[in-house]
Design a protein around this ligand. Sequence first.
Ligand SMILES: Cc1cc2nc3c(=O)[nH]c(=O)nc-3n(C[C@H](O)[C@H](O)[C@H](O)COP(=O)(O)O)c2cc1C
Length: 204
Amino acid sequence: MKKRVLVVAAHPMLENSRVNRALLDAAALCTGVQVRDIYAQYPEQMIDVQQEQALVDEHDVLVFQHPLYWYSCPALLKSWFDTVLSYGWAYGESTSKLTGKAWVQAVSTGGSEGVYQRNGYNRFSLAELLRPFEQTARLCNMRYLQPFLTQAADTLSDAALHEQASSYAAWLDNLVAGDWPPDVDSLQAEEAQYLAPANGVEAS
Ligand SMILES: Cc1cc2nc3c(=O)[nH]c(=O)nc-3n(C[C@H](O)[C@H](O)[C@H](O)COP(=O)(O)O)c2cc1C
């Protein structure tokens, strides 16, 4: 059975974005995928919690698409988590309304894969840095799936970005088809990495 996929996109300056805009344009063409640009939806940053919860209710997979900002997500997405994932709905008391749904992130980073390593410029792998999201998903009784990464985002050639946008569309199509990326439990991982380490370490 087809899965209903919601892309919650968060970029505070989409008009200046190159990567996330290209990915969002690709997502918008995918059948079975609903795109929600929360900065456009909430210019005053006042999130309508009931509306967001109703939307989440209708979907099986939540894709959080965002650039990495200071090793985390843009502020409005954090605010979305703080308000929408409320006590008694997302966690606590009885069972979570989110039980069995999938949480997956589509993250772009200025840094390359090589700088997100123990001996790299950023010291920690992305899997380690994304652990607060992983644990949030877990607390909400959701499946936390391997993210879709676009790294060295600021230096991607037009051709590479075009290819990445096509890969994103194919990745979203697979989510709709129920062909999901592996579940991640970084606590169990010997080395908290999603991807094979790159050869050598580059400066960002
Ligand atoms: C406020 C801010 C914080 C950022 N923090 C990080 C960071 O922690 N790690 C990183 O690799 N890139 C960081 N970057 C770079 C962005 O992630 C990168 O420019 C973005 O993913 C490119 O996507 P876009 O073209 O859609 O903006 C930051 C950029 C800004 C503006």
